[in-house]
Design a protein around this ligand. Structure first.
Ligand SMILES: Cc1ncc(COP(=O)(O)O)c(C=O)c1O
Length: 373
């Protein structure tokens, strides 16, 4: 069993403010008169109402449901999650920080791929962890173009490094950002088996919804020794409201709940997420449109001779022949008022990343890039 911080393995700390919604559920009845809560419950909010309307104003008076039951229930009904295997927090980023806080002490070793989603490294270093980075596999043949090489987090290297360094946790984004690479479920199971028993696998599945097999069997289940993190920022378009969720075994989530910032997901964010989850057809249509645009963008760039990487996400990554050229194209695009992403890590200096937006497909939009292909 992977380890938690020592002080979290006995009882407590226990949250002093689980909140009114949790109390109502425990008591089995509503509490319409909150005479002991110190929020501005009787504020008229005229300015807010004028600006955003009455509907919005009603969501701002109270702290959010610390258990986010409404969101979790909707996820259960739509995707077959187990209710007690879900924990909601303020986006996938907050979950990464939360997992680090619950599992790693300052000085503990954690392992990730050099150049993958950099927020993990930022949080790990901020917590005083010793970050070991393994290289991307840039030598294996590409899955779609065997004459080219691919770009994939190297699972064997991650496992090997974790074993040699006695790591407390391994981070893997799957599908990966910025490569777009997808490892199969069998690969993930094999990685978990290759890790030391006391090492966590923190699986960042922020782009899971864009996988063609997003609803495959087992996709929405907890795995022993693994904490899976997802988000409503991408396929649900709610990045500004900060809603994400973790999938893990109930006893694991119980420890995370001990150190979670209990009101981190606001009442308004929860209400908005519930509305969006109540209209899954809109999300499904969006995902289909993104997948279509992604394929169109790949085909368009490949027809110009670009070295485009396969993507299971809502973006497309391509490799230019040199770091200098990638840098120049990035700057030329920016001068033209068009911001594309360029991987910050020196190992990935040739990589550019373009999101599969309608705007990216507008004729001439990528002209500074197309000029050099
Ligand atoms: C791999 C990965 N994880 C997490 C996030 C952040 O998600 P959230 O907005 O839910 O914090 C992103 C956003 O770009 C991402 O690419």
């Amino acid at each position: 069993m992977p380890l938690f911080n020592d002080h979290l393995t006995s009882s407590g700390p226990s949250n002093p403010f689980p909140g009114v919604r949790v109390l109502e559920r425990r008591l089995g009845h509503e509490i319409p008169h909150q005479l002991g809560s110190n929020e501005g419950l009787d504020m008229p909010h005229s300015a807010l109402r004028r600006h955003f309307g009455d509907d919005m104003a009603k969501h701002v008076y109270s702290y959010g449901d610390s258990e986010a039951l409404g969101i979790r229930q909707r996820l259960v009904n739509q995707h077959g999650f187990a209710l007690d295997e879900l924990l909601v927090d303020a986006g996938c980023d907050s979950l990464l920080a939360l997992v680090l806080r619950a599992t790693c002490r300052s000085g503990d070793c954690v392992v990730a791929t050099a150049g993958t989603y950099p927020t993990f490294a930022y949080f790990a270093r901020g917590q005083g962890c010793q970050l070991i980075e393994t290289r991307y596999d840039q030598t294996s043949p590409s899955l779609t173009h065997p004459e080219r090489t691919g770009l994939a987090p190297d699972l064997a290297a991650l496992a090997d490094s974790a074993s040699r360094q006695g790591a407390r946790l391994v981070y893997l984004a799957n599908p990966d950002n910025p490569s777009g690479h997808l490892h199969s479920d069998a690969d993930i199971t094999q990685l978990r088996a290759a890790l030391p028993d006391d090492c966590w696998l923190l699986l960042d599945e922020a782009y899971n919804d864009f996988r063609l097999d997003a609803e495959r069997p087992g996709a929405n289940q907890a795995m022993a020794g693994v904490i899976r993190c997802r988000t409503l920022s991408k396929a649900h378009g709610l990045a500004g409201l900060r809603v994400g969720y973790a999938i893990a075994e109930p006893e694991v989530l119980a420890v995370l709940m001990k150190v979670r910032i209990h009101y981190a997901v606001s009442t308004l964010s929860q209400a908005a997420a519930e509305v969006v989850l109540d209209h899954p057809e809109e999300t499904r249509d969006h995902i289909t449109a993104v997948q279509h645009r992604r394929d169109t963008l790949i085909a368009q760039l490949e027809s110009l001779g670009a070295d485009v990487l396969p993507s299971a996400t809502n973006f497309v990554a391509l490799r230019l022949p040199s770091v200098e050229l990638a840098d120049r194209v990035h700057r030329d695009m920016l001068s033209a008022g068009r911001l594309i992403a360029r991987a910050a890590h020196p190992d990935l200096g040739r990589l550019l990343r373009i999101t599969a937006l309608e705007d990216a497909l507008s004729p001439g939009m990528l002209e500074p890039l197309e000029r050099v292909l």
